[in-house]
Write a protein that binds this ligand. Sequence first.
Ligand SMILES: Nc1ncnc2c1ncn2[C@@H]1O[C@H](COP(=O)(O)OP(=O)(O)OP(=O)(O)O)[C@@H](O)[C@H]1O
Ligand SMILES: [Mg+2]
Length: 503
Amino acid sequence: MAETNDFLRMEGISKSFPGVQALQEVNFEVTRGEIHALVGENGAGKSTLMKVLTGALHLDEGRIILRGEPVEIHSPSDSQELGISMIHQELSLIPYLTVGKNVYLGREPRRRIPGFIDWKKLYSQTQELLGQINLDVRAWAEAQDLSIAQQQMVEVAKALSIEADLIAMDEPTSSLTDRETEVLFDVMRKLKDQGVAIIFITHRLEEVFEVSDRITVLRDGRHIATAPTAELNHNQVVQLMVGRELDNMYPYSETKERGVALQADDLADGQELHGVSLELQGGQILGVAGLVGAGRTALAETLFGLRQATAGEIHIDGQVVKLHSAKQAIEHGLGFVPEDRKLQGLFLNMAVRENITMSSTSLVSNFGFVNTNKANKLADEYVDKLDIRTPSLRQRIRNLSGGNQQKVIIARWLTLKPRVLILDEPTRGVDVGAKAEIHGLMRQLAEDGVAVLMISSELPEIIGVSDRILVMHEGRVTGRFERDEASQDMIMHAATGGDNNAS
Ligand SMILES: Nc1ncnc2c1ncn2[C@@H]1O[C@H](COP(=O)(O)OP(=O)(O)OP(=O)(O)O)[C@@H](O)[C@H]1O
Ligand SMILES: [Mg+2]
């Protein structure tokens, strides 16, 4: 292979953290004008490799060769000067700044008079970038008023504003809808045609096959394979990622119905929810499908007492309950794994152990004092059950990979042994192996009699996991299906407002 053609080569990259060898002698190369997918399980080292490339982390060993020259990258501004830009896995916009200020933060266009920022230029250039990516947002809107998906697209605009010829995108699509993802792919293809090299990290293998030219697989911090996408199929990639054959993604077993555990009649919140009724049996998984903005999260939050119901009733085990807080919901046997784990669920500076056990203080305390042995035992049990990859129970959550953070928050709710468990996009950002584990776990919970309500935007997951399916559109139920009668087409039809079986 003509080595001189290589635009970027990372050679023998090693990086360790206390207790974790995150990267071990990894070789990785990218050429101009290609979209190179970087895949691997949660914790495989993908983000770490990109952070080394963009100067957010320092490598322990190895070297980086860019355009044929060894380069030293000590900080993100070093990498920007070398024409590298990065979209981070964690959204990094500053909430109270405008979109334009966020996009050009630290690189504001200047007027000819030294020291003065050219605001007009800043906003007009931003608006133009937003237009390029089809984002209907004003450059002077505050970042905090944007949806997560819009913020993600602003991150894309920011990466474009640097006019880099190498762009690393760390899970840019994880919170995008299909339509936004397609827009992003169009942008990526355009950049590629201009000779830009793109490194694309995602857990959705369909996306890898749709858009990438080559694939590199990492596993446990090591380089496993690099090959043209056309030479690999889905199963081969999965096998390279997990190092074994994966059994059934959607373990299904018919469960006994055990009476209605959760019932909602004509529930409304005066805003996003307009008369939603549902029934969920113990021992069953109800999948809630719909497009972004359909009111699914509003439904979950109302059921859990985080939003006030303005009309309708909620029954738990046949009794009408009025929930005004999460605390009351928990007392009634409800659990809720929220969609945005960073904002609502995890205490990033606290250890894995505390994050798992904090809700169940009664289980791990004696007379009000936390008993470390009990806490360790409980945390250990769930680290084991969910296969959470962490060097120790004392590791801070901040240092776990994204997917493992998600497992910790699920573990916390499981320790409470809820009667009804609501999960909002439980496998977002989770790798294929862990996804199958979480599905298996949900099925196990159902077998133990728990009523599970799962919101998901992935139709294969909805169809594969659920006993029954409810589809929402603009705050109303537009479809109800039994497991065997639902197809992706039927669900999409209902999700876009077409009415069927909605009675
Ligand atoms: N700052 C840190 N301190 C300690 N350990 C870390 C730190 N950053 C990452 N790690 C560890 O390094 C390993 C690789 O993590 P990394 O974030 O690169 O994984 P990833 O492939 O991006 O996973 P995901 O798909 O979940 O995002 C993990 O075991 C993680 O816990
Ligand atoms: Mg990552």
